[in-house]
Design a protein around this ligand. Structure first.
Ligand code: NAG
Ligand code: NAG
Ligand code: NAG
Ligand code: NAG
Length: 432
């Protein structure tokens, strides 16, 4: 009897101990997840935040390195930003100051920049940037619940500006000057498209006149719901040395993040490149025609180039079913003239001022519009070139190789079509 009683007491005590330990450990998990350690007074600025959000974002927390990290680019350290950025008055007046959320964010950011604040000093470090934003958005955007899911997701992550790189190509531009860098937006699953690019217009080589072309593909990560392709992508990266991968989910509304990560990478790894071509992985580029256009430019144009298929007087899509839908409560105003994101080219020398200028401008869900905003703020006008067909060529020209021989870029071609056109325009038998 006594033994059973003792046993019961013992059991009771150990149960209590377990409960105690368990609840304590839960508490720790919760608090460590919800409240990152406080540090270096980074003010959580926001437009109209009624209650001061107590949560502070640490600035010197080591960035969590994901498992397969090979090299990591220092997130904010190495790329120096201009101490002050001059935002053009054209841009200031183009984007009205009104009640829409993005407009409010922009104008408060401009005011801070005018006071000499380095806008990038407020960028929260990567793993924490989403933590508090959701509440902030709910407070500032009344009808956010009616936004499409992807857009809401974009908003929560809007302050996440500098994803760490999971795959880098640190030596891409080390040796020999690069004349043209092809920066191709791709996704992990697009192996075939990338191979078609490597086999044709994106082949890394020296062209006539000593013009060296190099290529990099920019990838985010696949969704956890997708098959795991990471081993294959790593193999591809080792084999071809042209894959860059940053730690964010690849999605349409994360393309702005991808662009900006790429600008940062180029400043770090290819700071002396003459020109950068940014484009999709399903375009066909007539590389010799592009090179001859670029080398024909006079030096003043060559140093301030932002060229392609210019889209003028566009305004936001207000149809919720459109993939580029922008609600009124998010953005109200016109878009600046911008160059279609299917493929455009910029001067390497503009990368640094461009990156600094973009630092003042909150992320916008549409990447080519965003780049257009940065250029407009920088005071560089887009240059229209008739050879960039981001909306395809006329139906009846689609089978005509001579039409392809004259153009610089055409959008939406399958890997097989890309190879066929490329071989066709290089055939010695072709007479146009
Ligand atoms: C942990 O946080 C979640 C979400 O805030 C909450 O639902 C849960 O009750 C918390 N658990 C503990 C043990 O505090
Ligand atoms: C900004 O503009 C002022 C006056 O035009 C000029 O003196 C200054 O150098 C410019 N700053 C930068 C970073 O371009
Ligand atoms: C640099 O150029 C030289 C001479 O053209 C060539 O032999 C060498 O392979 C090049 N290096 C790289 C990394 O492209
Ligand atoms: C962008 O990437 C981040 C980081 O992976 C992710 O949390 C977010 O959901 C992505 N945003 C969109 C709109 O897909």
């Amino acid at each position: 009897m006594r033994i059973t009683q003792r046993f019961r007491v013992l059991l009771l005590l150990s149960t209590l101990l377990l409960v105690f330990l368990y609840s304590n450990s839960r508490k720790e998990v919760n608090s460590s997840m919800k409240e990152p350690p406080k540090s270096a007074g980074v003010r959580q600025m926001e437009v109209q935040t009624p209650v001061q959000t107590p949560v502070q974002t640490p600035i010197q927390t080591p960035i969590q390195t994901p498992v397969h990290t090979s090299v990591q680019i220092p997130v904010q350290a190495k790329v120096p930003t201009l101490p002050s950025v001059n935002i053009s008055s054209t841009f200031r007046t183009l984007i009205p100051e009104n009640g829409a959320y993005w407009n409010r964010l922009l104008h408060s950011s401009l005011k801070r920049a005018d006071q000499g604040e380095n806008p990038l000093s407020r960028v929260p470090p990567w793993p924490y940037c989403r933590n508090t934003n959701q509440e902030l958005i709910e407070t500032n955007v009344q009808d956010v619940d009616s936004y499409p899911f992807l857009l809401r997701n974009f908003l929560w992550g809007m302050k996440c500006r500098s994803p760490p790189f999971l795959m880098d190509q640190p030596n891409k531009c080390k040796e020999n000057a690069t004349f043209l860098l092809f920066a191709i937006k791709s996704m992990p699953a697009h192996f075939e498209r990338r191979q078609a690019v490597r086999d044709t217009w994106g082949q890394e080589r020296l062209y006539n006149g000593g013009l060296r072309v190099r290529t990099a593909f920019l990838l985010g990560t696949a969704s956890p719901d997708d098959p795991d392709l990471s081993v294959l992508v790593r193999f591809e990266a080792e084999n071809y040395g042209d894959i860059l991968q940053a730690d964010f989910h690849d999605s349409l509304l994360n393309l702005t993040l991808k662009m900006n990560a790429f600008f940062r990478w180029t400043l770090e790894r290819c700071p002396r490149v003459s020109f950068v071509f940014s484009g999709d992985d399903d375009v066909m580029v007539n590389t010799p025609a592009l090179l001859s256009y670029l080398s024909s430019l006079d030096s003043s144009k060559a140093s301030r180039l932002y060229a392609g298929d210019v889209i003028k007087m566009a305004s936001p899509q207000r149809d919720p079913k459109n993939k580029y839908f922008i609600p009124m409560s998010f953005y109200e105003g016109p878009y600046p003239a911008y160059v279609g994101g299917g493929g455009f080219v910029i001067s390497g020398g503009l990368l640094r001022p461009l990156y600094s200028t973009c630092g003042v401008i909150p992320y916008f869900p549409i990447d080519d519009v965003y780049v257009g905003m940065c250029f407009s703020a920088l005071g560089v006008l887009p240059e229209a070139h008739a050879g960039f067909y981001t909306f395809d060529i006329r139906d009846r020209d689609r089978g005509n190789l001579c039409a392809y021989k004259k153009l610089i870029l055409v959008h939406r071609r399958s890997p097989r079509q890309v190879k066929k056109i490329w071989q066709g325009i290089h055939s010695p038998l072709l007479t146009c």
